[in-house]
Write a protein that binds this ligand. Structure first.
Ligand SMILES: C[S@@+](CC[C@H](N)C(=O)[O-])C[C@H]1O[C@@H](n2cnc3c(N)ncnc32)[C@H](O)[C@@H]1O
Length: 402
């Protein structure tokens, strides 16, 4: 089976081949591609059959399609650039442009994770989040289709990926399933790689990976996180470090067209106290390390914008226990004005997190790790037995909104 729209003219093929080669060179030069084997796989695997169209500006812009002559060259150029491309949008009342529910991951990000999987021939891999099918194609090219299983919560995506992969000669096992449960039908796996983020590692994954195997996923909460690589041990637990590079994926969803429902605006606590902070609140959305360390100190907190009575922009943190903090973005002479109320002083906790990170010498992500057992999981600093550890919530997929 061939897809007409993504079939390239000879001239387009030359262009795509040269772009793929240029990307491979770039990735070798910047250290992304360290494995000659993965470099060969990358050079051999076209991306364009899996991304026949994408939405500009991460979903905020119009659809750019291979089928549209006017956009054809723009489409092909984008597909062979190192960028993630939003491939599916669904309507949502909360956002005029809708919300994106799938994308083709940035190639350098994908290669960073695939190499960190330490694959050997014959390994069996479960990919959670089939999406466009491009990463499944890379896995099939590396291991052979029989070794690759891939699931997605969205039936439409799975069927599209199946057709695209088959047209390129790949026949992995694809299925529609909620990745929160792994995929017990074909377990055990040597590797599980998730391309949607999770707030904690589902225990089902632990049960479905062989001892010595690897689980890789973006573990994140509302503030931050990045990709962790866990080695499963013989005693039913798994432990390992975050990758050094910051990587981020869309959140795991409980259904094909369900989202994390917007939390209603929390009521202001009865009394709020003012103080001054030297920490710039915009760091929480600008600095990956700051949001990362703060996430583990405040796992249940949601971050959002605040608007002062005078129109001044601010940052708001709120917790399910009714604690709330607002910090205004424009500094006065001494620092940033903070208003806190409720049972806990959330901004003080942010400051503690940042102080910890600064006193530790501003460590990178890979100085931290996660340990998962069937009964608990936590983030640690430096080594798994460290006293510096922060519990993660037990993984519980969200119920679809009513
Ligand atoms: C970043 S995209 C995947 C990229 C993909 N690997 C590729 O190469 O194009 C994330 C995918 O995760 C899927 N997803 C979200 N929640 C899921 C869930 N609960 N179970 C399985 N897949 C899920 C989305 O439908 C989406 O296709």
């Amino acid at each position: 089976m061939r897809s007409e729209v993504t079939e390239l003219t000879p001239k387009e093929q030359d262009y795509a081949r040269s772009r793929l080669a240029a990307l491979a060179e770039q990735f070798r030069a910047d250290g992304t591609l360290r494995s000659p084997q993965w470099e060969q796989v990358f050079r051999r695997t076209w991306r364009h059959p899996y991304v026949p169209c994408y939405y500009l500006d991460h979903g905020a812009g119009p659809l750019i399609s291979a089928a549209d002559e006017q956009h054809r060259s723009q489409w092909l150029a984008a597909v062979y650039r190192d960028q993630s491309l939003v491939t599916k949008m669904v309507p949502t009342p909360a956002r005029k442009a809708g919300w994106y529910t799938s994308s083709s991951t940035m190639p350098s990000l994908m290669l960073t994770m695939l190499q960190a999987l330490d694959l050997t021939d014959g390994a069996r891999v479960l990919e959670i989040g089939t999406g466009s099918g491009y990463q499944a194609a890379l896995l099939c090219e590396r291991l052979g289709s029989a070794q690759v299983l891939s699931i997605d919560i969205d039936p439409e995506l799975v069927e599209l990926a199946r057709a695209r992969l088959a047209a390129s000669g790949y026949t992995p096992t694809l299925s529609v399933a909620d990745g929160a449960g792994g995929y017990p039908e074909y377990a055990p796996y040597d590797r599980i790689i998730a391309t949607c983020s999770v707030p904690a590692i589902p225990v089902t994954w632990l049960e479905q990976v062989t001892p010595g195997g690897i689980i890789m996923a973006d573990v994140r909460g509302p503030l931050g996180g990045t990709v962790v690589r866990l080695r499963v041990t013989g005693d039913g637990s798994a432990t390992g470090r975050f990758l050094p590079r910051y990587l981020s994926f869309m959140i795991i969803r409980p259904g094909p067209e369900t989202f994390f429902p917007a939390r209603p605006q929390p009521a202001l606590p009865e009394s709020m106290n003012d103080s001054i902070s030297t920490v710039d609140p915009t760091l929480l959305s600008r600095d990956g390390h700051i949001s990362f360390i703060t996430q583990w100190h405040l796992p249940e907190v949601t971050l959002g914008p605040a608007m002062g009575a005078d129109g001044q922009p601010g940052t708001q943190l709120d917790a399910p226990d009714g604690s709330l903090a607002q910090v205004w973005h424009t500094p006065n002479g001494n620092g940033f004005l903070v208003r806190q109320g409720g049972p806990r002083r959330l901004w003080d906790r942010v400051q503690e997190a940042i102080t910890f990170w600064q006193h530790a010498g501003r460590p990178h992500y890979d100085r931290f790790g996660i340990t998962v057992t069937p009964t608990e999981q936590y983030v640690w600093y430096d080594h798994p037995d460290s006293n510096h550890r922060w519990p993660l919530p037990t993984f519980r997929p969200l119920d679809p909104p009513a």
